[in-house]
Design a protein around this ligand. Structure first.
Ligand SMILES: CC(C)(COP(=O)(O)OP(=O)(O)OC[C@H]1O[C@@H](n2cnc3c(N)ncnc32)[C@H](O)[C@@H]1OP(=O)(O)O)[C@@H](O)C(=O)NCCC(=O)NCCS
Length: 442
């Protein structure tokens, strides 16, 4: 057994035993109450699932196995001469709960290199799609096209025991993550570089090699890629991509089927597509105002006109967070150190000054602060990655780390299929009368 798998096996067996005990002693204890608002309100805040890799606090932001983003930037292993964390280290942490050593991360990088071969038919499946098909659709199709190589699906057909599910899931997870940068880079180069592919450089780390295959040799871009791929990896279990991957996986659909579904959720403009929308919105503002150095007043007027036309301000607001997203702050710090003179970065900072008071003044927005998507586009563009339709694919490559680590945990803990209860409005009215004597409003 490989060293990461061995550690995961030991830790997950121990936790599975502990959970059994917890359920035996406290299985009937209440952890939440649910109000009618929450049924009609997108199930917001209902504590209803277990997700081991990370936990989100509305005020403080995300913690991965107890570590905040500033702590990860300080403690996770880095590339030689690098300043930013290696995403390999975060994956290790999410899977076993410990910050890995430099040697452990080196092993993981090399293991993913060994697993990185993408079958030829996957590229042909992408080639069969019209070239203008959205990159996220191609990414999802590419993941689906690899499904025929799923260890989980093959072993399941051969009669795999439930106690072995975690092992096959781990193998699929490692193979999939290893292959995703190659798949994603293929999509990019086919769409924007007439299909001229850049072959992998196996001396590089996972994120560095992804940047290289996209066609970027700038060390600053590689560093940003490592940071980007680390901070976008997970945001507890209830968000669209995580929850979708979890739900589909709970039917024992293998990691390829589950991840592809999760990527379709990420493709929504209220979720991962927001990073492309942010840049599109800013570029349109620059175009409309006729300047790449707009004043705060000009930006404020533009924000108000966007709102007046019934659209949301992309990159602002969050379903859970109630403070500026630490993932935004981390990117801002990166930009302060590496790209402070970029006009677009300057605009992002001015938007940060201008938008929160305007959104707050509407009186309905629960969180007026920037989220993760508010900053990424400006930095990617600074390094020359201007094709913003592609940005969500990079988010997807990162998000695979968290949702697949979580699927390993779900299999190891023997999680059952997810099947919440739904009701009709007629049921709601009857319930209100029966429980509270309330006559439903007309
Ligand atoms: C992220 C988001 C979907 C969260 O939705 P939510 O949990 O329903 O947010 P709220 O409870 O604060 O929404 C209450 C109201 O404020 C509005 N609102 C929230 N964020 C807004 C924004 N950035 N711009 C304008 N209006 C916003 C909502 O549309 C809603 O209006 P409605 O009652 O007229 O439908 C939402 O903030 C949004 O659409 N943001 C822009 C897209 C984005 O950046 N997505 C990436 C998320 S990581």
């Amino acid at each position: 057994m490989d060293p990461l798998k061995q550690q995961f096996y030991e830790k997950s067996q121990a936790l599975a035993k502990e959970v059994k005990g917890l359920l035996k002693a406290h299985g009937d204890k209440k952890v939440d109450d649910v109000a009618l608002d929450q049924l009609y309100g997108g199930m917001r805040d209902i504590t209803s699932m277990i997700w081991e890799p990370s936990l989100l606090d509305a005020e403080e932001g995300i913690r991965f196995r107890g570590y905040s983003i500033p702590e990860l930037r300080e403690k996770l292993p880095r590339a030689p001469n690098g300043q930013e964390p290696l995403p390999e280290g975060l994956f290790w942490l999410m899977l076993v709960g410990d910050i890995p050593t430099q040697e452990q991360v080196k092993w993981l990088t090399e293991d993913w290199v060994r697993r990185a071969n993408v079958p030829e038919h996957v590229f042909r499946a992408i080639d069969a799609l019209p070239v203008e098909t959205h990159p996220m659709t191609k990414f999802s199709v590419g993941i689906m096209a690899m499904q025929n190589t799923s260890v989980f699906a093959q072993h399941y057909t051969m009669g795999m025991k439930k106690s072995e599910y975690w092992d096959a899931t781990y193998e699929d997870t490692m193979n999939l993550i290893a292959r995703l940068p190659r798949l994603a880079a293929y999509i990019f180069r086919r769409l924007y570089h007439q299909g001229e592919q850049v072959l992998p450089d196996i001396s590089l780390d996972w994120g560095g090699n992804f940047a290289h295959m996209l066609g970027f040799e700038d060390e600053g871009f590689r560093e940003y890629m490592r940071l980007f791929l680390t901070i976008h990896a997970d945001h507890e279990g209830g968000n669209g991509s995580a929850h979708t991957t979890h739900l589909v996986g709970s039917m024992l659909s293998d990691p390829y089927l589950s991840l592809s579904a999760g990527m379709n959720a990420l493709s929504g403009p209220l979720h991962g597509l927001a990073n492309q929308e942010v840049l599109r919105w800013i570029l349109k503002m620059v175009d409309t105002l006729g300047t790449s150095k707009p004043s705060r007043e000009q930006i404020a007027d533009y924000v108000k006109s966007t709102l007046a036309s019934g659209q949301v301000i992309p990159g602002y607001g969050h379903a859970v967070l109630r403070k500026p997203d630490p993932r935004f702050i981390a990117q801002r710090q990166f930009a302060e150190a590496n790209t402070p003179d970029s006009d677009l970065v300057q605009i992002v900072w001015k938007i940060f000054d201008v938008v929160p008071p305007i959104l707050s003044s509407l009186g309905k927005v629960k969180n007026p602060w920037p989220n993760v998507d508010a900053h990424s586009g400006s930095i990617l563009l600074h390094y020359g990655l201007k094709e913003y339709n592609y940005y969500t694919v990079i988010f997807g490559v990162s998000r695979a780390l968290g949702v697949l680590a979580a699927q390993c945990w779900s299999r190891a803990l023997g999680m059952p299929l997810e099947r919440p209860k739904s009701v009709t409005t007629a049921w709601v009215k009857e319930h209100l009368v029966k429980e509270y004597g309330v006559v439903a409003a007309h």
